[in-house]
Design a protein around this ligand. Structure first.
Ligand code: HEC
Length: 142
């Protein structure tokens, strides 16, 4: 009886294909990317409560302004991106006082909106300039 010998390179190939399968299934499940830090989102929750909740609702479900979370905000196919949402937020909001918050406050509030749409926190911060230009899709997962 012959023993099955796995060479180093065959083993490496096995590991690589296992990794490819794992990342392909993550993409298929639609796991959203990490685009902000947990610290940004928690600061953003407070800034949102102070500057946005009176029109968009304490739970982001809408009021005088539209909902900012869920299927009514960013359904698949709605075509929203980090750049399109953040441009609206940073340049038009709060309605009546556009651009009145600091860049840090806008970054934090955007992070909070992403969190409430099912995006996970990660190790890299959301950055004002890059976020304005970002083509990463925003699709609510809850
Ligand atoms: C005075 C009420 C008011 C305040 C305060 C306000 N908004 Fe709005 N917001 C609106 C209204 C009304 C609209 C719809 C405007 C439009 O579609 O032209 C809107 C639209 C938006 C949109 C676009 C929604 C979509 O479906 O694309 C976003 C995002 C948004 N606001 C975020 C914010 C954030 C973040 C804040 C706090 C910094 C904020 N708003 C504060 C009234 C407000």
């Amino acid at each position: 009886m012959k023993t099955l010998k796995i060479t180093g390179s065959a083993f490496a190939a096995l590991l690589l294909s296992a990794g490819a399968v794992l990342s392909a299934s993550a993409a298929m499940a639609g796991t959203p990317p990490a685009l902000y830090t947990a610290a940004q989102a928690s600061a953003g929750a407070a800034a949102y409560a102070q500057n946005c909740a009176m029109c968009h609702g304490a739970d982001l479900k809408g009021g005088a302004g539209p909902a900012l979370a869920g299927q009514g905000f960013a359904a698949a196919g709605a075509g929203k991106t980090v750049g399109s949402v953040f441009t609206m937020v940073a340049q038009q909001m709060p309605a009546g006082q556009p651009g009145s918050l600091s860049q840090t406050q806008y970054e934090d509030i955007m992070s909070y909106i992403l969190q409430e749409n099912g995006y996970p926190a990660g190790s890299a911060a959301l950055v004002y300039k890059a976020a304005l230009a970002s083509t990463t899709p925003v699709v609510a997962s809850k």
